[in-house]
Design a protein around this ligand. Sequence first.
Ligand code: ATP
Ligand code: MG
Length: 580
Amino acid sequence: MLGTIRKESGGTRGVSLPDPDETRRTFTWDLAEALLDGLPDGGLNIAHEAVDRHVGAGYGEQVAIRWLGKTGTREDITYADLAERTSRFANVLKAQGLAAGDSVFGLMGRVPDLYVAALGTLKAGLVFTPLFSAFGPEPIRTRMEIGSARVLVTTETLYRRKIANWRAEMPTLKLVLILGDAAPEGCLALGPAMAASETVFDAAQTLPEDPALIHFTSGTTGRPKGAVHVHKAVMYHAISGRYALELTPGTIYWCTADPGWVTGTSYGIIAPLVNRVTMIVDEAEFDLDRWYSTLERERVEVWYTAPTAIRMMMRAGDAAAKSRDFSALRFLASVGEPLNPEAVVWSNRVFGKPFHDNWWQTETGGIMIANLAAQDVRPGSMGKPMPGIRAGIVARSAAGVTELGDGDIGELALRPDWPSMMRSYLHEQARYDRCFVDGWYLSGDLAMRDKDGYYWFVGRADDLIKSSGHLVGPFEVESALIEHEAVAEAGVIGVPDDTAGEVIKAYVVLNPGFEATGALERAIRGHARKRLGAAVAPREIVFRKTLPKTRSGKIMRRLLKARELGLPEGDISTLETDET
Ligand code: ATP
Ligand code: MG
């Protein structure tokens, strides 16, 4: 443990912020509701909250999205532009006879049309599902089948490569909208259809419990699940965006996540727009120089990214960041994977700003555990439960669930009464029901709460290793390994062993300038032994070019393990990098 990083100023803006524990104690849901407008007769529509009402309130000229194209183009889309474009899109859907609740899938890169399609669908009262454009034909098809897709919005290239071959076999799919001015046979070109549509569309009178979004989980532990979220989720997006990411009107905010992953929608579309920020959208994938330049040139104030990106930056060394001006940046935040303490310390040094880890899941729809602005950061800890969120550490047994105390390792559980919680897993009622026991939602992650209320991630229940009587979380071992100067990333699994039960095997990606030699392997093992003790240190280290990761940047330990044991690989539809 690296101790606590104290925030002398009491926050990230140099002004005194309310004590976070006090904020938690005094929180009521009225505070979240106060951030919303609402529709007559108890209606609630995410698109109205995120876009139209800001225009109504006189902020139409404010930039909602600053879009950075791959090739250097830059487009500013104001709230008024976004209102008009989403209205046109909603009118296109309406003209095609689509009805409330119909399912619309988006398959494209991070182009402005993606944001228009997502919000236009919600405005029309239909249900939106964003998919990663890099998915292959099979993962796309499976997800569209699970979601009973009625409409697909995509590009001509993606359509020809990934959809055309099997489209005839999906009878639910009524309409394919193609971005641009022309479309292949059987599809509709979106450009002319939008141009011919009315510029006004009153947001559908959806109710808080009406479905709005389907998000598929990352598939890290197995077959992805389709989590259904409702319009009421916007209440939680609004307030959690305020508290955890300090999204206030006018803030320049950049979330690097693709909307194909829940983070890219909850905090890459809804939370920022509801809070009327100006958000940066970068079409390109990670590129060290581009990212540093974007942070600097756009004067990004709040940056939400993933640990994998920070590890890539660390790997490139401090020098790349040296001459940069990050003075606008107030803090960084990340989600999706454990944030290694080393990464917190590194970014404190390089950016000179605090780094806030936060924990949540596709299922929870929003940030559950976080470091709030005025809260001291304990590197390696996820922070504390958000205002309005009741969390606990529990143990399951045949008799039910019992709550454990401070310092105990157990399953991270939540009292499921916040607005953005999933309402079901599509077509998987039994799997959904299994998540709830004795009034708790069980996350499948193991964690520990310290005596001051900070939560520490231990590992996914599936990834836990039992070695010589010790319970070992891969995170702890991986974090120790990346402290070694040669190690950029590490993925750790347990492999069966006659005497120890399991022994630890590590897969390691090296920093540039280091060669994969037996001597280096021994040196890294020696370092791990010193840090962790012989029982917990890896018995074997294998060097790889990259670790197998999901598109949302998570290490797929189950795949390393399946290969090690010669077992079937299981669902690998979300697999991205994977080079030995
Ligand atoms: P699947 O459920 O399909 O196996 P997944 O759990 O990776 O995939 P997501 O919902 O995208 O799908 O990810 C949520 C999980 O990511 C959490 O359950 C947790 O294991 C991990 N996670 C998220 N944030 C953090 C964090 N700050 N620290 C540690 N782990 C995190
Ligand atoms: Mg999960």
